[in-house]
Design a protein around this ligand. Sequence first.
Ligand SMILES: Nc1nc2c(ncn2[C@@H]2O[C@H](COP(=O)(O)OP(=O)(O)O)[C@@H](O)[C@H]2O)c(=O)[nH]1
Ligand SMILES: [Mg+2]
Ligand SMILES: [Zn+2]
Length: 298
Amino acid sequence: MTEGVIVKALSGFYRVSCAGAGSVTCRARGKFRHAGEKPLVGDRVRISVREDGAGTVEGILPRKNAFTRPAVANLELLVIIASGAVPVTDPFLIDRLTAVARRRECVCAVCWNKWDLEQPERLYETYRDAGFPTLRVSARTGEGVDALRALTAGKLCAFTGNSGVGKSSILNCLDKALALPVGDVSEKLGRGRHTTRHVELFELDNGALIADTPGFSSFEEDGAAAGCPPEELQYAFPEFAPYREKCRFPDCAHVKEKGCAVLAAVDAGRIARSRHESYVRLYEAAREVPQWQRKGPP
Ligand SMILES: Nc1nc2c(ncn2[C@@H]2O[C@H](COP(=O)(O)OP(=O)(O)O)[C@@H](O)[C@H]2O)c(=O)[nH]1
Ligand SMILES: [Mg+2]
Ligand SMILES: [Zn+2]
């Protein structure tokens, strides 16, 4: 019996990478199907290998977390690739993703790519000051690539961001051996969405396993609220932490309450207004979800 990580799943076959021992193509035992369990990319699994080299997934080790879109387990770091140049990233999308990731106990990093074309300094500072690892990157000039390589080293990561923002270009910078196809922005915008649906983890020479996932739209089903009760959404905004205990009312929603210390911090410029506006949008959306429809984190 050997342990490994599923790096690719395609029509019932799983490619399992075993540390230092290459990879094995496996089928899963029927018992998973019967139990309604499905091995996911990112799962740590126990496999058996027959003499002819055919592998079988025998067991799935406990998951740290699981995402449905993209279908990936055990994500440690979500790298949100954003851009101030075309296609320009809407900060609300970043805020929604940071909330989804937080709900799954996954760390988020915000990577401002195409820094050679546009330098959205204010937005860079917004996310840095909110407490996220935040980078200025250019896949064109190589700026920030070493910092990203250090940040991702040894972790199971996913890159996300709208099509054309430079995910594949950055991956190619991180590890030249990948040679992923890079698209033309106008062509991508015209086509509207990514064609690849399956998830694959690329193994980089810094020990990172990185999924190049389809765009933001795919994350949407995890939802504005991600099944999050409205009163828990505040924890997805780490920059509220120093203030939320100081509000006049202990059950303060930090939306428009009197004596709210979070709102005071926004007015004083200590919390970015755009982040608070996103919080309010997500809070209102979360309130619309009836209690019985809310899912707990997987
Ligand atoms: N100037 C500049 N262009 C970039 C940068 N990163 C990516 N691009 C270009 O943006 C386009 C889309 O890149 P791609 O990596 O395919 O984006 P993806 O859809 O997110 O994987 C390509 O034409 C790239 O050459 C960058 O940092 N600077
Ligand atoms: Mg790509
Ligand atoms: Zn408050």
